[in-house]
Design a protein around this ligand. Sequence first.
Ligand code: HEC
Ligand code: HEC
Length: 149
Amino acid sequence: MKYSKKYSNKWLTSFAICTMTFFTAFMLVIRPSVGQESEEMEFTNLQLLPEDIGEERLIGIMNSWEEALDVGCDHCHEAYGRDDPRNDFASDSKLPKLITRVMMQNLFQFNQALTPEALEKPADEIERAQCSTCHQGNTIPPVFEAPAE
Ligand code: HEC
Ligand code: HEC
């Protein structure tokens, strides 16, 4: 699935503001160190995340997805272990990676609808949905079962 660059950029700006509250503390801590570009990884196939996101922020997001679904990098990527020559994170060969892009867009749109007007409370008090809100450590979110009376 391809999205136009224009849409991606707009999406990203708001994604950064709206859906990354979970990472805000993390980003504030690591941002000062992102200055040293020398060892920065080059990303060649980011369609939704910003190209200049930087390795530490990107890996922080990837780690949060691992936790939200309780999977490893290899669930979404051609990842065979550290320094394995077969590793190819840019590849789109795995379906969960493609599904994740759909999830990201839906999550963004959902969070965008959680406006102060709709919820009648200030923006900084709005609880934003995360991957973990649904997934709760599962690849397929569990169906809620009401406890027996
Ligand atoms: C739930 C799925 C998922 C998991 C788990 C995951 N990733 Fe990703 N990863 C993605 C998606 C989706 C993208 C592309 C995002 C985009 O298009 O903006 C991506 C992009 C990347 C990229 C950029 C590749 C490029 O050049 O474009 C790297 C590097 C990467 N991931 C590393 C990792 C590592 C390391 C792990 C494990 C610690 C990991 N990912 C876990 C889904 C995942
Ligand atoms: C609104 C709830 C919701 C949110 C938020 C959500 N997901 Fe999902 N996700 C689902 C449901 C439901 C399915 C199962 C669909 C199916 O039947 O295959 C799913 C399936 C997936 C799958 C495919 C299942 C697999 O085997 O890996 C991936 C990958 C995934 N989600 C990643 C993510 C990531 C990453 C995020 C955050 C960016 C996210 N999801 C946010 C509800 C959600």
